[in-house]
Structures are given as structure tokens and as C-alpha cells.
Design a protein around this ligand. Sequence first.
Ligand code: GLP
Length: 247
Amino acid sequence: MNLVSVKDYQELSEYACNEIEGVVRANPHSVLGLATGGTPLGTYQEMIKGFAERNVDYRHVTTFNLDEYIGLGREHPQSYYAYMMNNLFNHINVSPDHIHIPIGNGEGLELECHRYERLIEEIGPPDLQILGIGSNGHIGFNEPGTSFQSETHIVELAESTRRANARYFSSLDEVPQYAITMGIKSILKSKRILLLASGSHKANAVKTLLECDPDEGFPASVLKGHGDVTLVVDEGAVGIDNIVNSL
Ligand code: GLP
């Protein structure tokens, strides 16, 4: 796992955007794995800027999102579908039929998991996967204890995850209890992975990740076994003394 240390959130966002744009320029038919949450918002803003100012062309790009809440329709403002449309897809020229996000409010959720995993197999895997990290080490919505062999599946959200995401809802009660997420095994199929961590509230998770061996109790630790992962941290997320070139 490589470690890139940047000054602040803006630099982290520019770094991630630059990597994405590099992949898309090298292969206009690239597959991108995208994440939600607060962390990638700056990256998406930079991508929108890049589309407008640097002529980055997403017309032939395919995207796969990691996860979606169960029980929220796509029109719900806190669905990850709405998040992606509002924060990225409505502002670049990605083709609507190239956008893939699990559907969390239909009948047959198990079938949906199966469909999504097969789609990743057929069209994917992502050339580059963007990941954030939960304070308990979750990636996507794979909570501690998730099997490293898991494919796309239904997950019950940890209380800490629901609390962390309650800031987007009017009350904790409104935060869904379940989600569909790409599994750990699905995520590891990506050719390259960028794991982004920004701010002092991520420092403990980053420290644990740096120190621990791969362990299902801390999902992000599985990334240490993947051949091409870059952890991008800003000064808030890792003490300045910990800056090293690689792990
Ligand atoms: C969420 C998402 C993850 C995200 C993580 C961290 O619940 N499902 O994909 O990486 O939690 O979120 P944030 O970036 O807001 O800290």
C-alpha cells in the first residue's frame, strides 16, 4: 500500500481528481468505481471543473457506485443515487445508461445484489476505485465482521455508521438501517484503488489501518493485500510525523 500525504482537503481532492482524469484520458472507455459520503465531494467538484475547463470527456466512461440505502427511492434527497446525480453526474457528460448504482427500494433485494455483482463482472471491474473510510474501518458499507469473501450483499448498518450519517437526515430515526453494498471481494477486483481520508476525525481509523494486519474486524485492512492501493491522507488525518513514502 502506498501512502501519499497532502496538506489539506483541497489538495486531497485535487490529487484524487488528477488520478481519475489520468485514467480517463489514458482510456476514454474506463470504468470508474465511485463512493459517496463527505470525503469525495471535493473530488467531484474538481472533476466538474475539469470537465468544464480541461475538456475531460466522460462520454464513454462507465461508473459503478459502491452502495445504496435500502428503503430510499432514487428520488429521495439522501439516496446515493440523488447524491451522485446532484454532486457529479448532472454536471459532466457521463451517459445515463453507463451509470450503475444498486437499487435499494425494489422488490427482490437479493436478486438485485446478484444482478449488480454480475454487472461488475461483465462490464467491470473498475480501472480505478475511489474509497472513503468509516471511523470503524468500513469501506463501502462493509461493516466490521464482514467476510473478506463477500460479494454485493445486504448489510445492517452499524449504530456508529447511522450516527455518523444522521447529519444528512433530520433525525437518527430517519437513517435507514440497511443498505446494499459491493462486498469486500467485489471491491478488491478493482485494478487500482484510491483510499481517501481527510480530517482529524479520521486519524484513529488511519492509525489503526497503518498498524494492523488484515483482519475482518477492521474491513479497510483487507486493502493491504491488494497490489495497487494508494492511501491519500491530509495532515488532519495523519500526524505530520507519520509521513513516509510507502508502507
Ligand atoms: C459512508 C459510505 C462510505 C464512506 C464512509 C465515510 O457511510 N457508505 O462509502 O466512505 O461512510 O464517509 P465520509 O466520507 O462522510 O466520512
